[in-house]
Write a protein that binds this ligand. Structure first.
Ligand code: SAM
Length: 160
């Protein structure tokens, strides 16, 4: 989305070359009750509604062991965002800050992250609380919460 009609006073954008292809692949889709941006919380809440993270069939074996974690981290692609703003005016009052000083969905690579509570797993579906994305948002990755995770690989010599 690079239409300039929704630029707010004080905002600036970059007119850039088409991006190089990083060969990103979506591994699933997130089903939420949030149908419009107005419905979405700015950040997910622990007591938010249960949402369903559907992992596509070929990636289902990659969920093995995820049930051991109460909290997991999701990365998702905020697919309905524009991607060209350098500065933004979240309050629409002309005062701006840089995109990288915000957690706005509007960013060059619109990756959203959320730590969510894993309520349960049903096959290739994870039922979670704590999301803030629109229904149908593509899923990029799933990781155990970094605080709960102990590396499985052997220690690296000389590195703590
Ligand atoms: N929790 C993530 C983070 O911090 O990286 C995302 C935060 S972002 C402020 C959440 C907002 O992005 C929502 O309130 C909604 O307005 C917007 N949003 C949600 N899903 C989106 C999507 N698929 N495409 C574009 N915007 C989306």
């Amino acid at each position: 989305m690079t239409d300039d009609s929704d630029i707010r006073p004080g905002e600036t954008c970059l007119h850039h070359a088409p991006p190089e292809d990083a060969w990103l692949q979506f591994i699933g889709v997130i089903h939420t009750p949030f149908l419009t941006r107005a419905d979405c919380p700015r950040q997910g809440r622990a007591n938010g509604p249960v949402c369903e993270v559907e992992v596509f069939g070929p990636w289902a074996p990659a969920l093995e062991g995820i049930d051991a974690f109460e909290t997991i981290e999701l990365l998702y692609w905020l697919d309905r965002s524009r991607r060209d703003l350098l500065t933004q005016s979240p309050k629409s009052d002309g005062r701006t800050v840089g995109t990288f000083a915000l957690r706005s969905p509007v960013r060059p690579n619109p990756i959203g992250t959320a730590r969510v509570r894993l309520e349960r797993r049903e096959g290739n579906r994870l039922l979670v609380r704590g999301l803030d994305c629109l229904d149908g948002t593509p899923l990029v990755d799933i990781k155990p919460d970094r605080c709960a995770f102990t590396p499985q690989a052997p220690d690296k010599p000389g590195v703590s």
